[in-house]
Unconditional design. Structure first.
Lengths: 487, 509
C-alpha cells in the first residue's frame, strides 16, 4: 500500500483582528520532510506523525508532503492559502500513484475568497488522484463540515475530546479505515446529520461525557466504522456552520438514520451545559476568594479571550477587577503584549516602572491597563507543551502589580500548561487564583492542580452570547440565537 | 625607555527624560549603538569619518588613540543603575589600561541620569579625573540640552557645548576642544571657567528667530582674545535635577581674562532675557492648526508633534493629533513615525494592497493617549528600513509600514525613532512634498531636512510626554528659581545671582 500524507490546519475566525499570512504558519509549524521521507521531526507532528508511524508499522510505502499549522486568527490571505495548498498538490502530482491520501486538517479553515478551504483542498486532491484512491481526513471537532468535504472524502474522522487530547488516536483510527477499504476493495459511506446549534461543548463535563459515550457505543456497533460528534466553530459567518453527527459506515450496512437521530437529539439536549458554566467576573472572584487558603489555587478560565479561537489574548477585564477590588494572590496569563515584553527586557528583573499592559490589538481587546509594576522575571524563547504540540511563547515577562502577577508573551497563544507560569518560578499553589486565557485546552494540565475550575464570561471576542447581528450568512433557525426546542 | 602615551576617546550619550515611561537599560544601548575599543574608532577597517580630527591629534602628538566605550541610546527614562555602572566602570577600566595618559577627549550628552544618579556626566568626569590625575588634559563636547553641574566643569579642563539646535555643529565644537587639549598638552595653563545661571526653563531652536542672533553673540564673544569659549547650555526641562535650566559657561584664557568673561556672561544673559518672549516657538493646539491649515495652499504645512518626540523620551505613539485629523476629515496628509510594532507586523502579514482592522498607537503609556481603532489599507511595507539623513548617516527604523486611513497616510515603525528626514516618508513611496499637511513626531531636528519642502512649519502641543507647560511638570529635585515656574519675566534681574568662577579642585588649594 502506498500512502500520501499531508497536514494543513488553521481555525479561521471571521471576528479575529489578527491577520494570517504565510509567516503565521512558518512561525508556528511549517515542515517539509526531505524527499517526502519519514524523519524524527515528522514523527512527532500531531496526527500527521501518527499517520507516518502507522505506515511504518504496517510496512506501507509513504510520501510525506508539507505539514503547516498556524495559531487561530482571521482567514488567511489568498496567496497564503493557495501557496500552502499548492505545495501539497504539486507533491501529489509529482510523487506518483497512491492507494490512499490521508490529510490532517482542521475543518474550519477559511481564506480570502475561500469559505471552505478543506472542501477546496479535498476536491483538488480528488482531481489529481485515481478514482480508486482512498481520500480521508482527520478533523478538529471544531469543524464546520461542508457538503463539499463530505462529497470529496471517503472518510472524515474528528477528534472526540475537548481538550483535543486524541488526535493521534483518531489518526490511527482513520489509518485503519483506509487499510480496511483498500484491502477489502470497498469504500465506506458517510452520513451527516446537522445539529443547528452554536456553542462550546466541553467533553470533560458529565452530560457531554455521556453523549460521547453514546457516540462511542454507536461506533462500536455492527457495520459502523467511525462516529464523530462535530461541535462546529461558531466564530465563522458561514452557511454551513454548526454542530452535527458524522458517521462512517460500511457501504453494505443498513443506514444508521435512527441511531444518528437519537445521538443528534442527545447532543442537542445538552446544548446549554457548557454555556451554563460561565460566571461573570464578580462571581468568579467571589468564588475564588471563598476557596482562599484551600492549599490549591482556583483556576479561572478566560475563554472569551482565547487565542486558540482567534481572540487577541490581550484583554485585561478580570485582572483589572481583581486590582480594583484590592485583591492579591492572582496570576493572569498569557497576555500577548510584545511592546510591554520589550520594555520588561529593557528594564531587567527587579525594576519597578510604569507600564501599559494589554489592550493592544483591537476593539475586542478592551482598554489597556496602566500600572506601576515590578519586573519579577524575564525569559527568552519560551514554549509550552499542550495537546500534542510544542507551542511557541516567544519572549516572556512576569510583572508583579500590587501582589498580583501578569505573565506576558511576545507570541500570541493560549495557555495549555502551568509552565506558562512556573517557568517564571511562580508557585501556583501559593496563589488564590490563576486566570488562564483558554477555553478548555488548559483543563488537562491545570485541573489536577485546582481546588476549583471556573469559566468566566467577559466582553471578549469569544462570548457564547451569540447575537443575530454578528452574522449575515448563517442558517436560521439556530440555537441560541433562535429559541429552538428540537434540532 | 619611554612608553607611548594614549589619547583616550569615548562617547556616552543619552538624554534622560525624568517623566518618560520608556525604560533605558543596557538593552537600549545595544539597540541604538554599543561598541568598545577599536570598534568605535574604525568602520570597515577605516578611521571613522567623524573622528578624523581626533586621529589627526593623536598623530600630531605621537599618541596612541585608544577607543573606550561608545554607548548611545534613545532619550527615555533614567538608565537602570546596574547598567549605568557597568558602562561607566567598563569605560574606567579601559581608561586605566591605557596609561600613561596623553589626553582624554569625550562626547557626552550632559543630561544623562541613572536611577540613583542625577548627574552621570559629573560622576563619569570626576572618576576619569581620579584615574588620569590633575595634569592630563580632559576635553568634552556636549549637547546643549544638558544640566550643567559644578562637578562637570571642575573635573574637565574644557567643556564645549554645541551651539546649534538642530545640533549641526558637533564637528566644529570637536575641533575647538581638540585645539584646547593640544594647547594644554604643550603646557598652556587651563582656561578658567565662569558659570552664570540664567534662571530660565525654555526651548531654544537656533535655526530661526532671535536665537540665531544669540548664537552670533556667543561667537562674537569668542572673538575676544581673553575668551577661549562661550557656551549657552539650553537646559533640558524634562530632566528633573537640582540645576535644570539654562546656563552660560564662558572660559577665560587665564586669570587676567576672568573679569572680561564675567562681563560677557552677564551681557549674554541680559540679551537672553530680552529675547525670551520671542525665543521659543509659537505653540498652538491641533484644533488651531487644522483651522489655520484650511486656509493654506501650495507647499505642505508641517505640523511638528513636539510633545511626542521620541528624541525627547516621548513614546512616539500618541494619538492626539491623528485622532483630531481623522475627526476633522482632513485628507492629503501624511504622519510619521508612529511607533507600533504590533500594527507593523499585522500590516506585513496582510501585505501591500490589503485592508485590515487596526488598533493604532496608544500602546506604551498614559502619555500615548487612547489607541485608535480603524480600518486601514496597507500602502507599503519595508523590512529593516533605514532613514537616510545625509549621505553617510542613516538611522534604523526597524520594520515599517504605511497605511491609509480615510486619506491620512500613517507611517508605522517597529522602532521608536524621531522623524528626521523626508526619507522616513519616501522609503514607502510617500512623497512628502505632495501632501497638504505633514505631521512629524520631532521637535526641531526635522527642520534641517524638511525646510526645503515646507510651506510653513507649526509647532503643535498635545498632552504628550513632553509637556511644554513647565509649571505642570512634577519636579521633585529642581531647587533653583526658574522662569516661568516660580519667577515671572519681570523678576529676571542681575541680582538673582552673579557669575561664579570654578577652579579645578587642585587650583583652589
Amino acid at each position: 500500500m502506498r500512502v500520501f500524507i499531508a497536514g494543513l490546519c488553521h481555525e479561521s475566525s471571521t471576528f479575529s483582528p489578527i491577520p494570517t499570512s504565510r509567516q503565521s504558519f512558518i512561525d508556528f509549524d511549517h515542515y517539509r520532510p526531505i524527499d517526502g521521507k519519514i524523519d524524527e521531526t515528522a514523527l512527532v507532528l500531531n496526527g500527521y506523525g501518527r499517520f507516518a508511524a502507522c505506515a511504518q508499522a504496517h510496512g506501507d510505502e509513504v510520501f510525506l508532503s508539507t505539514y503547516s499549522f498556524a495559531q487561530p486568527s482571521a482567514p488567511a490571505t489568498k496567496a497564503t492559502y493557495e501557496g500552502l495548498r499548492d505545495e501539497i498538490l504539486n507533491d501529489l502530482k509529482a510523487a506518483g500513484q497512491f492507494d490512499a491520501v490521508l490529510l490532517f486538517l482542521h475543518g474550519a479553515q477559511m481564506a480570502d475568497g475561500y469559505d471552505d478551504c478543506e472542501g477546496d483542498l479535498l476536491s483538488h486532491v480528488r482531481g489529481i488522484v485515481r478514482t480508486e484512491t482512498f481520500v480521508g481526513a482527520v478533523l478538529d471537532l471544531h469543524a464546520n463540515v461542508s457538503d463539499e468535504m463530505l462529497e470529496q472524502a471517503d472518510a472524515l474522522v474528528a477528534c472526540r475530546h475537548y481538550p483535543h487530547i486524541d488526535f493521534n488516536e483518531r489518526a490511527e483510527h482513520l489509518y485503519d479505515i483506509a487499510r480496511h477499504a483498500i484491502q477489502s476493495g470497498t469504500r465506506p459511506v458517510m452520513e451527516f446529520r446537522r445539529v443547528p446549534m452554536l456553542g462550546m461543548f466541553y467533553t470533560t463535563e458529565p452530560q457531554m461525557e455521556k453523549v460521547n459515550a453514546q457516540a462511542l457505543a454507536l461506533q462500536q456497533s455492527d457495520g459502523v466504522q467511525s462516529v464523530s460528534m462535530i461541535h462546529g466553530f461558531a466564530w465563522a459567518d458561514l452557511p454551513f456552520i454548526g454542530a452535527g453527527v458524522l458517521v462512517v459506515r460500511d457501504a453494505d450496512a443498513s443506514d444508521k438514520a435512527d441511531a444518528i437521530e437519537e445521538l443528534a437529539q442527545s447532543f442537542f439536549s445538552i446544548r446549554n451545559e457548557t454555556r451554563s458554566l460561565r460566571v461573570d467576573i464578580g462571581e468568579a472572584l467571589d468564588q475564588a476568594e471563598a476557596y482562599k487558603n484551600s492549599g490549591k489555587t482556583v483556576v479561572i478560565a478566560d475563554p472569551c479571550d482565547n487565542a486558540g479561537g482567534g481572540a487577541p489574548s490581550d484583554t485585561m477585564f478580570i485582572i483589572r477587577e481583581a486590582l480594583d477590588r484590592g485583591l492579591t494572590g492572582y496570576a493572569c496569563g498569557l497576555v500577548w503584549d510584545p511592546v510591554a515584553v520589550r520594555m520588561a527586557f529593557d528594564l531587567g528583573e527587579g525594576a519597578r516602572f510604569p507600564l501599559r499592559l494589554g489592550g493592544k490589538s483591537g476593539p475586542a481587546s478592551g482598554e489597556p491597563l496602566d500600572v506601576i509594576g515590578t519586573v519579577v522575571a524575564v525569559r527568552c524563547n519560551m514554549s509550552q507543551l499542550g495537546i500534542g504540540y510544542t507551542h511557541p511563547i516567544g519572549d516572556g515577562a512576569l510583572i508583579e502589580v500590587a501582589g498580583n502577577f501578569i505573565a506576558l508573551s511576545s507570541v500570541r497563544g493560549q495557555v495549555f500548561s502551568p509552565t506558562c507560569f512556573t517557568d517564571f518560578d511562580l508557585d501556583l499553589g501559593s496563589l488564590t487564583g490563576v486566570i488562564v486565557k483558554s477555553s478548555q485546552h488548559f483543563y488537562e494540565q491545570f485541573a489536577p492542580l485546582a481546588s476549583k475550575v471556573l469559566y468566566c464570561d467577559t466582553p471578549g471576542a469569544m462570548t457564547l452570547d451569540f447575537k443575530a447581528d454578528m452574522f449575515r450568512r448563517i442558517p436560521r433557525p439556530i440555537w441560541p440565537i433562535d429559541p429552538l426546542e428540537n434540532p | 625607555m619611554c612608553e607611548r602615551k594614549s589619547l583616550f576617546f569615548a562617547n556616552v550619550m543619552t538624554e534622560t527624560n525624568s517623566f518618560s515611561n520608556i525604560p533605558t537599560s543596557r538593552e537600549s544601548f545595544v539597540a541604538e549603538g554599543l561598541a568598545f575599543g577599536d570598534d568605535l574608532l574604525f568602520e570597515d577597517g577605516r578611521e571613522r569619518l567623524g573622528l578624523i580630527p581626533v586621529f589627526d591629534l593623536a598623530r600630531r602628538m605621537d599618541w596612541d588613540l585608544v577607543g573606550g566605550v561608545l554607548a548611545s541610546s534613545a532619550p527615555a527614562a533614567p538608565v537602570q543603575q546596574r547598567d549605568y555602572e557597568e558602562l561607566r566602570d567598563d569605560l574606567l577600566a579601559r581608561l586605566k589600561a591605557s596609561a600613561p595618559f596623553g589626553a582624554v577627549i569625550l562626547f557626552l550628552h550632559g543630561a544623562m541620569q541613572s536611577t540613583l544618579c542625577r548627574d552621570c556626566e559629573g560622576d563619569i568626569l570626576r572618576r576619569i579625573r581620579g584615574v588620569v590625575g590633575p595634569n592630563t588634559p580632559v576635553g568634552v563636547v556636549l549637547d546643549p540640552h544638558a544640566h550643567l553641574t559644578d562637578d562637570m566643569v571642575e573635573a574637565a579642563d574644557i567643556c564645549i557645548f554645541m551651539k546649534e539646535y538642530p545640533h549641526t555643529d558637533g564637528g566644529e565644537r570637536l575641533e575647538e576642544v581638540i585645539a584646547v587639549v593640544a594647547d594644554l598638552a604643550r603646557g598652556s595653563a587651563p582656561p578658567v571657567p565662569v558659570v552664570l545661571d540664567c534662571h530660565t526653563l525654555g526651548f531654544f531652536p537656533t535655526d530661526r528667530g532671535p536665537m540665531t542672533d544669540f548664537v552670533a553673540a556667543l561667537q562674537q564673544a569668542e572673538q575676544d582674545e581673553a575668551i577661549v569659549s562661550a557656551s549657552f547650555i539650553h537646559g533640558f526641562p524634562w530632566g528633573d535635577t537640582p540645576t535644570t535650566g539654562a546656563q552660560l559657561l564662558v572660559y577665560a584664557r587665564d586669570a587676567a581674562g576672568v573679569a572680561k568673561a564675567q562681563k560677557r556672561a552677564e551681557d549674554l544673559r541680559a540679551q537672553l532675557w530680552d529675547l525670551l518672549d520671542k525665543a521659543g516657538p509659537e505653540l498652538i493646539s491641533i484644533e488651531t492648526a487644522i483651522e489655520r491649515a484650511r486656509a493654506s495652499e501650495g507647499a505642505p504645512i508641517i505640523l511638528a508633534d513636539i510633545s511626542d518626540n521620541p528624541g525627547g523620551g516621548a513614546p512616539s505613539d500618541s494619538t492626539f493629533i491623528l485622532r483630531a485629523l481623522l475627526n476633522a476629515g482632513v485628507t492629503e496628509t501624511a504622519l510619521g513615525l508612529l511607533y507600533d510594532p504590533v500594527a507593523v507586523e499585522m500590516c506585513h502579514q496582510v501585505g501591500i494592497g490589503g485592508t485590515l482592522s487596526l488598533r493604532l498607537g496608544g500602546k506604551m503609556s498614559p502619555f500615548s493617549g487612547e489607541p485608535i481603532d480603524c480600518e486601514a489599507k496597507v500602502l507599503g511595507v519595508a523590512k529593516e528600513a533605514r532613514m537616510q539623513v545625509v549621505d553617510d548617516v542613516s538611522f534604523a527604523m526597524g520594520d515599517t509600514a504605511c497605511v491609509d486611513i480615510k486619506g491620512i497616510k500613517v507611517i508605522l515603525s517597529s522602532q521608536r525613532k524621531q522623524m528626521y528626514a523626508p526619507s522616513g516618508f519616501e522609503h514607502l513611496g510617500i512623497d512628502p512634498a505632495k501632501q497638504k499637511l505633514l505631521v512629524v513626531k520631532s521637535s526641531n531636528h526635522f527642520r534641517a531636512f524638511f525646510a526645503d519642502i515646507a510651506g510653513d512649519i507649526w509647532d503643535v502641543v498635545t498632552p504628550g510626554a513632553i509637556n511644554f507647560d513647565y509649571a505642570a511638570l512634577p519636579y521633585r529635585h529642581l531647587s533653583a528659581q526658574r522662569y516661568p515656574i516660580n519667577l515671572s519675566a519681570d523678576e529676571l534681574c542681575a541680582s538673582l545671582s552673579g557669575p561664579r568662577i570654578l577652579y579645578p579642585s587642585e587650583m583652589v588649594q
